[in-house]
Design a protein around this ligand. Structure first.
Ligand SMILES: Nc1ncnc2c1ncn2[C@@H]1O[C@H](COP(=O)(O)OP(=O)(O)O)[C@@H](O)[C@H]1O
Ligand SMILES: [Mg+2]
Length: 235
């Protein structure tokens, strides 16, 4: 069993952080929440709806309310920035092309990407790719936004900028956001609510302000190891 006996509530308009070392079960938990993996036991609710009891078709309706940001930007390399962001609109809406373009332009502007519509992913920086991926994740106005290690592969400064962008968007649009991370910088920067997973179990929960005062040994080890890594890397 990869994850076991995790009970958690994720709050609207907040960045809910799931932290833990590599292999602790963060990605598996997120995949269970969106239904990419089935749970053997337990219940997953979106508002009042029990998601894991729904038919395939009904699950799909909920999925349309979820924006996802996977590890790596996961853009389509053969599509331009604009086409990437438009993709969900093409898939899930009957909007007219002019309306789609307008929505794409709005989302790209929101993530501060201007004048790059016709570029391909290979032509833009890692940080820009993340921004484009965020624009694509919010293009359908999601109620929920799930980000798996949104910072991975970015330099520390860009990582902070991306964290803040996700937090701002979460608050601005009242989204229920879950961020998986092993980066303590992210936690201290924007973890409204923090859940620490250890060996697939919920081990600790609190706010980012509680993290440093906790007497949970494994959490302290995790925080310490992370601080040490930053020091060694000169971050
Ligand atoms: N689909 C799967 N089925 C079974 N085990 C898995 C699956 N995916 C990942 N695992 C295992 O589950 C554990 C947790 O993995 P993961 O959720 O990816 O960790 P994290 O995202 O916290 O780094 C790891 O030991 C991994 O090898
Ligand atoms: Mg992972």
């Amino acid at each position: 069993m990869v994850i076991d006996n995790i009970t958690a509530t994720f709050e609207k308009g907040k960045t809910n952080m799931v932290i833990g070392q590599s292999g602790s079960g963060k990605t598996v938990l997120l995949k269970c929440i969106v239904g990419l993996l089935d749970v053997d036991e337990g219940e997953i609710y979106y508002n009042d709806i029990q998601f894991n009891a729904l038919s395939f078709k009904k699950k799909k309706e909920i999925r349309q309310k979820i924006g996802m940001l996977f590890q790596g930007a996961a853009l389509f390399d053969s599509q331009t920035v604009e086409e990437n962001v438009m993709f969900p609109l093409n898939m899930f809406t009957n909007m007219a092309i002019a309306e789609k373009k307008e929505r794409v332009a709005f989302c790209l502007k929101r993530v501060d990407i201007v004048g790059a519509n016709k570029l391909y992913p290979a032509e833009i920086s890692g940080g820009m790719k993340k921004r484009v991926a965020i624009a694509r994740a919010i293009v359908l106005n999601p109620e929920f936004l799930f980000c798996d290690e949104p910072n991975s592969g970015l330099d520390p400064k860009t990582a902070v900028v991306i964290d803040h962008l996700i937090k701002e968007i979460t608050e601005e649009y009242g989204i229920t956001t879950i961020i998986n991370t092993h980066d303590m910088n992210s936690v201290m920067g924007c973890g409204d609510k923090v859940m620490f997973i250890y060996n697939g179990k919920k081990w600790w929960e609190g706010t980012r302000f509680d993290v440093l005062d906790s007497d949970n040994q494994e959490l302290n080890d995790f925080v310490f190891a992370s601080a040490l890594t930053r020091k060694i890397k000169g971050m």
